[in-house]
Write a protein that binds this ligand. Structure first.
Ligand SMILES: [Zn+2]
Length: 346
């Protein structure tokens, strides 16, 4: 079968790899029908995070079960499944409390001999627990498939940012970051009942998407200017919840500056070069900070009904589609930020 591989900085190539076969009784083979490129894939693509050359890549995918091992009870051939961006066993103590991202037997797709998502097929461990089955998926149309795919990562991550920042009915929220995660954080905040949502975005096309997803105010500024505009709009108070969805020091400065006394910061941008958290300032302002990668396996069943009903639809984050053969073009587009998110069809 064909699969995307990382061959060094800026170099993604399709390679012929062995077809997966069941090796342990708890495994399943899934034929990938949709995958996509993640903003976090750009960290290794740009050489900013280490990844061995030849690595299999891709952690956001959905597909159809083709084979199951003899111990698998919750999946059957033909089931349509959504894969969270991390493999987890679903039964360990961490998984049991909903922190599936931190499964003590967890691993990333494409490691330990398992396949990754940007390819034709995937062998997956813990098949009974590591994916979510969508019932009657054969009745769903192409649009709904595009609405479901963000559950694998970015929509679950945006939801996690909002929960970690305690977004609830009536909250005033600032989302820092207009990538796919930031845009999904806007939609997730609206779903949770936020009354006002600032989106920090200096890109008109992304700001327009943010407005469609529920942003009430666009802050087309950076740094101190962005903070001042948010403060000016909130009687100099700041926001209840600041959602940091980038991972850079600049984004953190806006989150720190925009959050009100007694407010909360939820952060889901993978930190790269962020200055230490100013503990003394937190003490003076009673600000809470919480964040991590999202436990998507835990969130997908919570969000799925609203996606299937059409109430939660972020399908517009996919601004381009490429075939698996042309995936390198998709990486290039996302690296150059000419596309928000690229969908890949094997
Ligand atoms: Zn676990």
């Amino acid at each position: 079968m064909k699969a995307a591989t990382f061959q060094g900085k800026g170099n993604i190539q399709i390679r012929e790899v062995p077809d997966p076969v069941i090796q342990n009784p708890d495994e399943a083979i899934v034929r990938v029908t949709y995958s996509c490129i993640c903003g976090s894939d750009l960290w290794f693509y740009r050489g900013q995070s280490p990844l061995p050359e030849g690595s299999r890549i891709g952690h956001e995918f959905m597909g159809v079960v083709e084979k199951v091992g003899s111990d698998v009870k919750n999946l059957k051939v033909g089931d349509f499944v959504i894969a969270p961006f991390v493999i987890s066993d679903g039964v360990c103590p961490e998984c049991t409390v909903g922190e599936t991202r931190f499964c003590r037997h967890g691993m990333f797709w494409g490691t330990n001999g398992y396949d990754a998502g940007q390819g034709e097929k995937v062998r997956m461990p813990f098949a009974d627990h590591t994916v979510v089955v969508v019932p009657d998926a054969d009745k769903l149309d192409e649009h709904m498939m595009r609405a479901l795919l963000p559950l694998t990562d970015v929509l679950s991550t945006g939801h996690h940012a909002a929960l970690d920042a305690h977004v609830t009915a009536g909250s005033v929220v600032a989302v820092i970051g207009d990538g796919a995660v930031g845009l999904c954080a806007v939609a997730a905040s609206k779903r949770l009942g936020a009354s006002r949502i600032f989106l920090v975005s200096t890109h008109e096309d992304r700001a327009a998407l943010g407005k469609k997803f529920g942003a009430t105010d666009i802050i087309a500024a950076r740094g101190e200017d962005a903070i001042k505009q948010i403060k000016d709009a909130t009687e100099d108070l700041g926001v209840d919840a600041a959602l940091e969805c980038v991972g850079t020091d600049g984004a953190w400065q806006i989150a720190n500056g925009a959050v009100r006394i007694g407010g909360n910061i939820g952060f889901v941008g993978v930190p790269h070069g962020v200055a230490d958290i100013p503990v003394a300032k937190l003490f003076n302002n009673n600000v809470g900070i919480k964040g991590s990668g999202a436990s998507a396996l835990h969130y997908i069943p919570q969000l799925l009904p609203d996606v299937l009903s059409g109430k939660l639809d972020v399908s517009d984050i996919f601004t381009k589609e490429v075939s698996l053969d042309n995936i390198a073009e998709g990486y290039k587009n996302m690296d150059e930020r000419t596309e928000v998110k690229v969908i890949v069809r094997p």
